[in-house]
Design a protein around this ligand. Structure first.
Ligand code: PA5
Length: 434
């Protein structure tokens, strides 16, 4: 099995190997502190040894629950936002076939809500819930997040009207804090099946807890493979060997580029299956680094689509960007370009070529053009769309960003700024204690 890798050829002229060696010194110290859980934010680094310490009993509970869910519903509806939503969605969109919810064979359909406050979205959701057997998974560590809590009220009422209060009990699962919060209280009062979000793991680092693992398992994905990938990269990314540790290299290069004024990182994927990986990264990077007037702004670009919209700006706009491509080396499907006798569109030169070959050339060309245009870039290569590779990726990026935040002198494990909009919103909504 091949590992994911990091290609850094297109940083030459921006970052030297000497610069990288220099930044490895503080990175090694940070790595040691992180591994010993002795860094700023140390109460929230439970994710660091999570893959290797995951209790077998919990894995079995998740698998058995997922099996029951798969047998007893047509729709598995997940309610959550931020870290209680993005990891599961990223994994499912990455690993399931495109349009999986549209396919007849696919059961259960997996839907998400509670990550927005749109009435039209809910109306659309209720249309697809009609006449379907539903199981709901509500995920919230605090149990008080407005978006999720409001939508949960609406869904709970709908479920109780459809199934009766008693039968609804077996159709709602709650993933929340072990002791506190409104959702915990609901779960106790109503007798829902619950899963616990560990105290020492923040939302954006929780994909390998039941927050992510239950929906992923319900989608029919092998969570043991996912955890194995993460475990293998836990070993690699926690080692102090600068040669082998791609988290060191990625964090170090990002830091050097940031100090040169490259304040925006474009994460550019060449496959629609990567879109929610991009969304997950935006939260992981943005919430971890963006504080105390510091931080790299993470953006996701869906290529080649966005080459026809953002391409101009990236190529010739303000030179405050660097780019991290995410590519999938081997695609599952093959589609070759047919040969046309008349060659009206002039594409016969590509006849017989696989569309993924063209995609690969598009990536290589983009990396070259952007580099020549003053956008240094790196590439994360994922060998294939497998749970094992995804486990590696999740761990690699969590470790990279933790190192990056600490290198920049911030606590990567808190998110005090997220409260500001909530305070203003509560005032506007007339919340009694606001
Ligand atoms: O990273 C974070 O902590 C946040 O983005 C949360 O994940 C998000 O606000 C959801 O919080 P909760 O799980 O408490 O509903």
């Amino acid at each position: 099995m091949r590992d994911i890798k990091l290609i850094t050829d297109n940083i030459k002229g921006f970052v030297s190997e000497k610069d990288i060696r220099f930044v490895y010194k503080p990175i090694k110290l940070i790595n040691e502190a992180l591994n010993k859980k002795e860094c700023p934010g140390k109460d929230f680094v439970g994710w660091i040894d999570l893959p290797s310490k995951m209790p077998e009993k919990l894995i079995r509970d998740i698998e058995q629950t997922a099996k029951k869910v798969r047998a007893n519903c047509d729709v598995f509806l997940n309610l959550g936002i931020g870290g209680s939503y993005l990891g599961a969605r990223a994994a499912i969109e990455f690993l399931k076939p495109s349009f999986f919810n549209e396919s007849k064979e696919e059961k259960p359909k997996i839907y998400f809500a509670g990550h927005n406050l749109s009435a039209d979205y809910l109306k659309g959701l209720f249309r697809v819930l009609e006449n379907k057997k539903i199981i709901v998974n509500v995920i919230s560590k605090s149990g008080t997040t407005t978006e999720t809590a409001v939508v949960f009220r609406i869904i709970k009422q709908y479920m109780e009207q459809r199934y009766g209060k008693k039968n609804t009990r077996n159709r709602i699962i709650a993933t929340t804090d072990a002791q506190k919060g409104a959702l915990k209280k609901f779960a106790e009062e109503e007798g829902y099946k619950t899963f616990v979000i560990p105290d020492d793991i923040g939302g954006r680092f929780s994909v390998l807890t039941p927050v992510g693992l239950l929906p992923i398992a319900v989608a029919g994905i092998n969570i043991r493979e996912l955890l194995k990938g993460a475990r293998d990269f836990e070993k690699k990314c926690n080692s102090n060997s600068t040669r082998k540790n791609i988290a060191f290299r990625y964090a170090g290069i990002r830091h050097i580029l940031y100090k040169q004024g490259k304040i925006i990182e474009m994460l550019s994927g060449f496959h629609p299956a990567l879109q929610y990986i991009g969304e997950w990264c935006k939260q992981l990077y943005g919430e971890s680094e963006g504080k105390s007037g510091k931080g790299i702004f993470p953006a996701y670009c869906a290529f080649t689509t966005d080459l026809h919209s953002l391409g101009q700006l990236i190529q010739e706009g303000k030179r405050n960007l660097f780019e991290t491509f995410i590519v999938i080396d081997r695609s599952k499907a093959k589609f070759s370009v047919p040969k046309f006798k008349d060659d009206v569109d002039g594409l016969n030169y590509l006849a017989g070529r696989d569309i993924e070959f063209i995609n690969k050339k598009a990536y290589e060309a983009t990396a070259k053009a952007h580099y020549k245009g003053g956008v240094p870039n790196m590439t994360i290569v994922i060998p294939k769309r497998s749970a094992y590779a995804l486990g590696q990726l999740f761990y690699f990026l969590e470790k990279t960003i933790s190192i990056a935040g600490l290198l920049d002198g911030v606590n990567p494990f808190n998110q005090p700024g997220v409260e500001a909009y909530k305070k203003e919103m509560f005032k506007l909504l007339g919340k009694p204690s606001a």
